[in-house]
Ligand binder design. Sequence first.
Ligand code: ADP
Length: 265
Amino acid sequence: NHNWKLNTKGSDEIAVLSHSINQMSNKIQNYEQQRTQLFVDISHELRTPLTYFKGYVEILLNGEAKSEEDKVKYLTLLYKQSGRLQRLIQDLFDLSTMEQKGFTLQETQISLETVMINALDLIGPSIEQKEIELHVQLSPFPIYILGDEYRLQQVIINLLENAKKYSSAGGVIKVLTYKDNNNCIIEVIDYGIGIPKKDIHRIWERLYRVDKSRSRETGGSGLGLTICKRIIELHGGQIIVESEEGKGSTFKIILPILEGMKGGD
Ligand code: ADP
């Protein structure tokens, strides 16, 4: 009797073990599939601009662009495509660096206001160039966070670039920062095309785009939001989106405020 019980226990353990081995092997298979898919996607993303690139060079080499105007047109197209490639490769590099296990941020005590002003100084003029009004309302209280100034600036620029890309001329973009208990909140609000419900949970995925052709035209890599999410999570924060198709989008970042540096209320 005792032996019989022991045997059952043994076979139970084997069943549990074999179940977890199965689960593990499924996970590995899934991981392999995702990896393969990522390589397929990256190759596709690299191939597209290169195909255009080659085509334009051929036109120029064959002397098919006769007038000066035509030549400038194809050179401009070449320049645009090379910019796209450069952006894509930079984004891929950034993301893979940040996804490595030992990656650490260059964290220092930084002022949120400084991050915002630096980002706005860089991207503001190109927003105004598209005749989009920029309304900025920064918290009147000093807010300090422990963070990587360069990376956080990159997030704000990315969100503002998207707000610009997906708004039409004559639109408005709002930027707000404020305190909420022990967190600070940054909101980037646009009244542009918005994001369809069926896509909204996927926008954080690598290379995911709602409208591939439109996004390609605007020079996006489809990696911007993946990078933003990664940076904010490395800071112990959260990034969320609310959006309605045809009405606009609000991207909201929640970051912990540096303890003991909470400023006034
Ligand atoms: P992309 O470089 O293509 O803009 P992102 O990762 O930044 O890539 O964004 C992923 C997708 O999410 C975009 O292709 C676009 O479809 C959608 N998206 C991002 N921001 C906005 C926005 N402010 N308004 C509407 N759609 C947006």
